[in-house]
Design a protein around this ligand. Structure first.
Ligand SMILES: Cc1cc2nc3c(=O)[nH]c(=O)nc-3n(C[C@H](O)[C@H](O)[C@H](O)COP(=O)(O)O)c2cc1C
Length: 207
């Protein structure tokens, strides 16, 4: 059975910079034999967590919207590639809304002490793509922390970061051949490489 790769695009811009990089990464994964699926959060209806804490009892989120479907996809995938623009030094609101809804996974793991029911936990691992318009590298610090805790509740190894700064206008990443090439290469590596299981994620930071 081929490796399943789920790509989550958080940018509100259709074919924005992080989205184009995600598409390259998924092409790289596909070239490595993976079965890929792409979803765009702006096409979905996902409400913010309302902190009702009902998941503390059930381990499930009680809000019935598109999160339930994304939840299933996140649980079933072998690899996850999460792409986000940098907004105010962190992931964008669409990304954060999805991540906050994963509080039910946190509850399942740390309040109810239950294992995550996943089809296979063999080598589940994730990659982050983040793009910012400025040259500050500090903007990736918050992303690292948020994604670390998100992948933890998904029982996924945080394997790779592709961080690119100084890319601002929509589609400007097309003039960054190295960024696109790296996205393709890392997408493929996420599927094939066994050397990604070191403690810290592999970091590729480009300007
Ligand atoms: C609301 C908002 C906040 C932003 N905040 C930052 C920021 O803190 N640092 C930065 O470098 N760029 C910031 N940007 C610029 C975007 O990160 C940049 O345009 C990026 O290329 C967008 O990626 P996308 O095309 O994938 O959406 C911001 C843009 C918007 C609209």
């Amino acid at each position: 059975m081929s490796v399943k790769v789920l790509g989550i695009s958080a940018s509100p811009r259709l074919k924005g910079n992080s989205d184009l990089l995600l598409r390259e990464a998924l092409s790289g994964a596909e070239s490595a034999g993976a079965q890929v699926e792409y979803i765009r959060l702006s096409d979905l209806n996902i409400s913010p967590c309302v902190e009702c804490n009902s998941c503390y009892k059930t381990g499930r989120c009680r809000i019935e919207d598109d999160y339930q479907d994304v939840f299933k996809k996140m649980i079933e995938t072998d690899r996850l590639i999460f792409a986000t623009p940098i907004f105010f030094m962190n992931v964008c609101a669409q990304a954060k809304t999805l991540i906050d809804r994963c509080q039910c996974l946190w509850s399942n793991k740390y309040v109810l002490n239950k294992p995550l029911i996943i089809s296979s936990n063999e080598g589940r691992r994730a990659m982050v793509i983040a793009v910012g318009g400025s040259k500050s590298k500090k903007m990736f610090e918050s992303v690292r922390l948020t994604m670390k805790y998100y992948f933890d509740v998904l029982d996924m190894k945080y394997a790779i970061n592709l961080f690119i700064n100084k890319v601002d206008d929509s589609g400007a990443i097309k003039k960054h051949p190295l960024g696109l090439k790296e996205a393709y290469r890392l997408g493929s590596e996420l599927v094939t490489s066994e050397n990604l299981l070191s403690e810290k994620p592999v970091d590729v930071e480009l300007t």
